[in-house]
Design a binder for this molecule. Structure first.
Ligand SMILES: O=C(O)c1ccccc1N[C@@H]1O[C@H](COP(=O)(O)O)[C@@H](O)[C@H]1O
Length: 207
């Protein structure tokens, strides 16, 4: 089985088309204004419209207002919500949509307990913990912290690149990888070459 791939932080239609053509299973739109990958609703809708069937359009939020999430949901096709802040399980599930929850990984993070708290999530996205930075750090965490079994699908994130994607899969056997900065040419702008290399590395590790 090939490990699934989400390419996050798309800010341009042309980058989304490259990601989809390369075989991305999901694309991510960042609705968090401080991020260099932030997309406004008009741009996000133009990107989302390009996603064919079976490519999951994901909306990423960090501690959003309920009204803002609802505004995004009513403005375009969104298949999956990604919460990357301190949102509670009750907050995440109130929209009645499939969602994934980011987990900032520290040495003592209890992933099993979080899986039980977020029992209805579609996956836990394990990302690098960095004080004051909710995500998109471009830094990997200690993959030995990834549990070998979990009640929820594990999505590995944080500092993934074409150079470490295959090792990440071999070492952690995740359901999916989530990459943003590692396939960029510059902040917010994706590199077609890096996306292609990343997907080739993932495809080289079919299990
Ligand atoms: O990409 C961002 O700018 C971002 C901002 C706030 C929260 C999450 C963000 N991105 C997510 O962070 C991880 C890892 O990113 P990277 O590959 O290390 O750059 C990934 O899940 C992105 O979706």
């Amino acid at each position: 089985m090939r490990t699934r791939v989400k390419i996050c932080g798309l800010t341009r239609v042309e980058d989304a088309l490259v990601a989809i053509e390369a075989g991305a299973d999901a694309i991510g739109l960042v609705f968090y204004e401080p991020s260099p990958r932030y997309v406004d609703i008009v741009t996000a809708r133009a990107i989302a419209e390009k996603a064919p069937a079976f490519v999951t359009v994901t909306a990423l939020f960090v501690n959003p207002d309920v009204a803002f999430v609802e505004q995004v949901l009513s403005a375009m096709r969104i298949d999956l919500l990604q919460f990357h802040g301190d949102e509670s399980a009750a907050f995440c599930r109130q929209f009645g949509r499939n969602y994934i929850k980011a987990v900032p990984m520290k040495a003592d993070t209890d992933v099993q307990q979080i899986a039980s708290e977020f029992y209805d999530c579609s996956g836990l996205l394990l990302d690098t913990y960095k004080p004051g930075v909710p995500g998109g750090t471009g830094e990997a965490f200690n993959w030995q912290l990834v549990p070998q079994t979990c009640a929820k699908p594990i999505i590995l994130a944080g500092g993934l690149t074409p150079q470490n994607a295959a090792a990440a899969i071999v070492q952690t056997a995740p359901w999916a990888l989530d990459v943003s900065g590692g396939v960029e040419a510059s902040k917010g702008i994706k590199s077609a070459d890096k996306i292609s290399q990343f997907m080739q590395e993932v495809m080289s590790t079919v299990r």
